[in-house]
Design a protein around this ligand. Structure first.
Ligand code: GLA
Length: 384
């Protein structure tokens, strides 16, 4: 992180004038509660020690200048000319656009940004860029939006420019992360409380498959539509307003025929995952990490068989992990179709296991996976 910050401050000096403000904006993990943030569920994310750093200063003009360190690309644009673009540009411009929609007067700025977070790895580099951009603008232009408002603004930016109809989890975790804690985020009320997360004899490890299957964002939007369709059918029963109101998966059965098999399976997954995440929170509060881990494996099964957002590479890593007694829990993390698995692994024997699984993965897919030992850190903040 320090290295990234120094490098980007140096690049800013080479490219622009003035003294920049520095903002660090993290990626996130999610322990459990996948694909239910847009279904009124609960999720359990935390911000991590990988993210994006922004060096940014007002330039007194009506132009915005960006340099993306990771893509080695410049963008110069007049504030009033901002429109939907492509790739990384959408994540920064989408945020500026949302501020303008609130009637905020954006001033010209110069900005260099980049990080140590892999794109497409399911650790939400996109929310890190959106969060860093919105926090920077809010600070520089004294707009006084609070963290929740910035998270919601980032989510709208993602909907309108990149076009992924994401839930609130990533942007919220990015803003509200707290060192050594995960948050139990209630995605219906959009409120959270923190749960201490200090593993004693085990470690949180991400294994990056290094694959990111295309169509992931259209498949994501399709899942969301399928859930909306299922919910609408269930709302014919006046007692049901939200997935939250279904306390037993059996309550779905009367709607199965009208939903059709696929929509039914999506809804079944959602209902089970909401119940599972509530249970998981109790296990974590009681420090029962073994029971917690079992639920992680169950989540993976649901994501694989009912929600259909896994892929061969992710399944390989989770199956392999499930056969080793060193592993307390493992599952795919984030949107799916590639990216990382999240694993809780016993410290004793961890290194051997990681070597073994990396070799087995490489032998099967001819890709060297990346392994991250993640730390749970604070959310987006200013670096002095
Ligand atoms: C992506 C989205 C989140 C969430 C996860 C799946 O990361 O941005 O809102 O839906 O997928 O849990």
């Amino acid at each position: 992180m320090e290295e990234t910050i120094l490098r980007i401050n140096q690049l800013f000096k080479e490219k622009f004038e003035g003294d920049p403000v520095g903002i660090w904006s993290p990626g996130r993990i999610n322990l459990i509660g996948e694909h239910i943030d847009y279904n009124d569920g609960f999720v359990m994310p935390g911000a991590i020690d990988k993210g994006v750093y922004f060096a940014i200063a007002l330039n007194g003009t009506d132009h915005l200048n960006f340099y993306s360190v990771d893509f080695e690309e410049n963008l110069r644009i007049k504030i009033t000319d901002i429109k939907k673009s492509e790739g990384w540009k959408n994540y920064v411009l989408g945020v500026v656009n949302e501020f303008r929609k609130l009637g905020k007067e954006i001033q010209g700025f110069d900005c260099v940004f980049g990080g140590n977070i892999a794109n497409g790895a399911g650790i939400s580099s996109s929310a890190a860029v959106e969060g860093g951009m919105s926090f920077s603008i809010n600070e520089l232009m004294n707009f006084n939006l609070n963290r929740k408002e910035l998270a919601l603004l980032g989510q709208r930016a993602e909907h309108h420019y990149p076009g992924v109809m994401c839930g609130i989890m990533d942007q919220y975790a990015n803003m509200h992360g707290q060192k050594d804690h995960v948050m139990l985020l209630d995605c219906q009320s959009i409120t959270h409380h923190y749960l201490p997360f200090n593993l004693v004899d085990s470690t949180l490890i991400l294994i990056n498959t290094k694959v990111h299957h295309t169509l992931a964002s259209s498949a994501y939007n399709e899942r969301r539509q399928q859930c909306e369709k299922g919910l609408k059918i269930m709302q014919e029963n006046k007692e049901i307003h939200s997935f939250r109101d279904i306390s037993d998966p059996k309550m779905l059965l009367p709607f199965k025929e009208e939903m059709g098999e696929i929509v039914y399976q999506r809804c079944l997954y959602v209902v089970e995952e909401i119940l599972r995440t509530k249970k998981a929170a109790t296990f974590l509060e009681n420090n029962d990490i073994n029971q917690f881990g079992k639920l992680m494996f169950q989540t993976h099964e649901g994501l694989r068989n009912l929600y259909n957002v896994s892929c061969r590479e992710l399944d390989f890593l989770v199956d392999y992990a499930s056969k080793n007694e060193m592993v307390i829990g493992a599952r795919l993390m984030g949107g799916g179709f590639g990216g990382c698995t999240i694993n809780i692994i016993k410290n004793n024997g961890k290194e051997e296991f990681l070597k073994e699984i990396a070799t087995a993965y490489e032998n099967t897919f001819h890709i060297t996976p990346e392994i991250y030992n993640v730390k749970i850190m604070d959310g987006t903040h200013r670096i002095s």
